[in-house]
Design a protein around this ligand. Sequence first.
Ligand code: ATP
Length: 350
Amino acid sequence: MVDAIVFSSVTKTVLTADGPKSLIKDVNLNFEAGGIYGIIGLGGAGKTTLLKLVDHTLTPTSGTISVLGQDLGALDDRGLAAVQAQISKVGVFPDFDPDRTILESVAIAAGEDPEAHEPDEKARAKAFRLLREVSLRSQKDTYPAQLSGGELQRAAVAKAFASDPRIVLLDEATAAQDHLESLDILRLVQQFAHESNATVLLATHEISAVKEICDHIVVLDRGLVVEEGVTHAVLADPQAAQTRIFTQSASSLGKVQTLLDGHDPVVDLRPGQKLISLRYVHEDVSEPLVSLVTRKFGIDVNIMLADVQIVGKYPIGGIVAVFEGPERNIRDAIAFLRSKKVRVEVLAEN
Ligand SMILES: Nc1ncnc2c1ncn2[C@@H]1O[C@H](COP(=O)(O)OP(=O)(O)OP(=O)(O)O)[C@@H](O)[C@H]1O
């Protein structure tokens, strides 16, 4: 795979009233061409900084950044402009000329000359096609102020892809939309990216957005990359504390800890019972493992919470269940489950 973007030991430091502050620290990342990457982190983690370094809106304090095979630090203005012309951006709020119709704005982006005042017929035809794809055909001649936030963001996605960019940077592009609108926008990004083989970087604090369309995930925490990898693998078995905060916040399985902390009667265990969490970290969960251990080891398994989601094509998640039976049988059942690459944790026992 060819890399569209490579960060090598990149640090960005700014001077603040409290002294120097590193927004991004010694970041090494390779973004493959055609990949859809979720850059996730809490507010202030450095997501926007990372995106701004890609299109050279910010320059690194140290390290090198290569975009589309070019070392940004070594380019002259012309070379830089040529790289930047192949990058599109979508922010939280869509950026449209209020005095132009949606069709005109998208057509200008689709035209050969981005400075052109009037788009030509070919560009208009392309803009029309894109607006039809984002379900804005009937609103093509309206002005930005006449569209809802979600509609305008769909138009912004059409505009971003109109210039056939090699790289698309989305900074919290769905943060101002409701869940269904976000889904629509994300799926359009995925569709256009796959059709054009563009590389997409989606900066977000919403793990649901990453699960929806990103094949890779990069987790940032206070300027550091704390975890990265293929989305379903990272989310199935997160290693960094920051990643676990995101996965737990999105899963109902985390509720069990609240129940345990609050000594909720639901988690009162009788003698011989164990409260166990099972997490699927393997791609194949096709075997009916719960019914298998019940039969094979002669124990009862009573499921309390279950949360299995499909990420990409892979099921991730798990269950929390009460295991009941002879101590030895439960121990053997746990060993069996672990041999099947299920992550088993005894949360409480009596
Ligand atoms: N020019 C600057 N001078 C000083 N501090 C800055 C500057 N730009 C950003 N920061 C700080 O650097 C940190 C990283 O900012 P950045 O915008 O990259 O984070 P983020 O992950 O995108 O956050 P958010 O999700 O809130 O947008 C933040 O603490 C921010 O306040």
